[in-house]
Design a protein around this ligand. Structure first.
Ligand SMILES: NC(=O)c1ccc[n+]([C@@H]2O[C@H](COP(=O)([O-])OP(=O)(O)OC[C@H]3O[C@@H](n4cnc5c(N)ncnc54)[C@H](OP(=O)(O)O)[C@@H]3O)[C@@H](O)[C@H]2O)c1
Length: 350
């Protein structure tokens, strides 16, 4: 069995990692950390895991060596302690943004910080962390020792847009991602207080969202003129992210051509489905039915007259947007079947 530890296991992403890894046939979780709940059983914080484990939280400073270390800590922790973490683990999957970007200058621009360990970023001369998106970097992740996670809004938009962008079909795109409250983590704030948060449709980041940096990087856009207009709107759900992408195309594109393109790219992908139908209630992707699953649903609608293709993608932000994608990435790194421990559908109704 492969031994795993989860740093930040009391958080929302860490809790989902624990749920997934406890059921993973090749992984044995031996350590979980929290600073707030030291000594408490996992189920005190994650009641869904009662009787699944008798693990108790320990301090991050008490972490002992392990085969795979998952870091589910707030931004800034992994980058400032990476040498210490690397000496404790053969492999690391970091869910934070600390190693997603290749250029240290992007941390100055988007995260307003000087990256303390730029030699750990991906790309020459070091090639340390690989961007943890198996759909893009399956070959590089195979055997890799270090992988980052992806931003949840970044991965849902990337999976929507990549087939059109890699074929050079798009001139400009307007993206709005609607997100649930769990995206903000488990620390309460005035904005997350129930009377303020329940039922909202609230513009959270109409411009300047940090995940744009990942999209510029992974869609190979010009950083000065990306032609990508990205907004995030908080809505009254707990889990889920829905990206509605208005792609203004170079040439008109029929829906049947889009079908061909998306099928070419995604037919073999275990966790990306083309989800569209002409009739019924569920005609386009919806996050709700993906709850708890690692699946990204993608659909589209052509507006040929306006040279517009509306591409819609949905995920569970804590799964394909965080923990599920991290387990998929770990499987690829270790040469395990990519779907191991992740082979289940979402819930319906929920
Ligand atoms: N939520 C999402 O949808 C999502 C999606 C993709 C990626 N991510 C990334 O995943 C990471 C975790 O996010 P989350 O939403 O799970 O956050 P969260 O619910 O706030 O959990 C944060 C975890 O980190 C621990 N922690 C906080 N400060 C710490 C410190 N100074 N030293 C050691 N441990 C500390 C917390 O432990 P205690 O408070 O118990 O001490 C908790 O276990 C973030 O980097 C986030 O960007 C999140």
């Amino acid at each position: 069995m492969i031994e795993a530890a989860i740093a930040g296991a009391s958080g929302y992403a860490g809790g989902e990692l624990l749920r997934l890894l406890l059921a993973h046939p090749k992984v044995d979780v031996t350590q979980i950390t929290s600073e707030t709940y030291v000594g408490q059983y996992a189920h005190f914080v994650h009641p869904n895991l009662r009787d699944w484990t008798d693990l108790r939280f320990r301090r991050l400073d008490e972490l002992m060596t392990t085969d795979v270390l998952f870091l589910a800590l707030p931004h800034g922790q992994a980058m400032s302690r990476i040498d210490e973490f690397a000496s404790a683990a053969g492999r690391i999957v970091d869910l934070s943004a600390d190693f997603r970007l290749r250029d240290a200058a992007d941390y100055r621009r988007w995260y307003d910080c000087e990256h303390p360990a730029p030699h750990w970023l991906d790309g020459p001369p070091s090639d340390s962390f690989v961007y943890g998106m198996p759909e893009l970097y399956r070959d590089r992740l195979t055997g890799a020792r270090y992988a980052s996670g992806t931003g949840c809004n970044a991965i849902v938009a990337s999976l929507a847009l990549l087939p059109l962008y890699r074929r050079g079909l798009v001139r400009e795109t307007v993206v709005d991602v609607k997100v649930g409250s769990s995206e903000g983590g488990n620390k309460p704030s005035p904005a997350s207080h129930h009377p303020e948060r329940a039922g909202v449709v609230r513009s959270y980041a109409p411009t300047g969202h940090r995940h744009v940096a990942e999209l510029i990087q992974e869609l190979n856009l010009d950083p000065e003129r990306p032609g990508l207009y990205f907004s995030v709107t908080s809505v009254g759900m707990v889990r889920g992210a829905l990206a509605t992408c208005h792609c203004l195309l170079e040439e008109p594109l029929e829906e049947r051509d889009a079908w061909r393109i998306y099928r070419q790219d995604y037919d073999e992908e275990p966790f990306v489905r083309i989800a569209m139908s002409r009739r019924g209630v569920h005609r386009y992707p919806e996050p709700k039915i993906l709850t708890g699953s690692n699946i990204c649903d993608v659909g589209f609608a052509a507006d040929a007259k306006n040279r517009r293709m509306v591409v819609i993608a949905a995920i569970d932000n804590l799964m394909k947007g965080a923990a599920g994608n991290a387990v998929q990435t770990m499987n690829v790194m270790l040469g395990l079947p990519e779907t191991l421990g992740l082979e289940f559908a979402g819930l319906h109704p929920v």
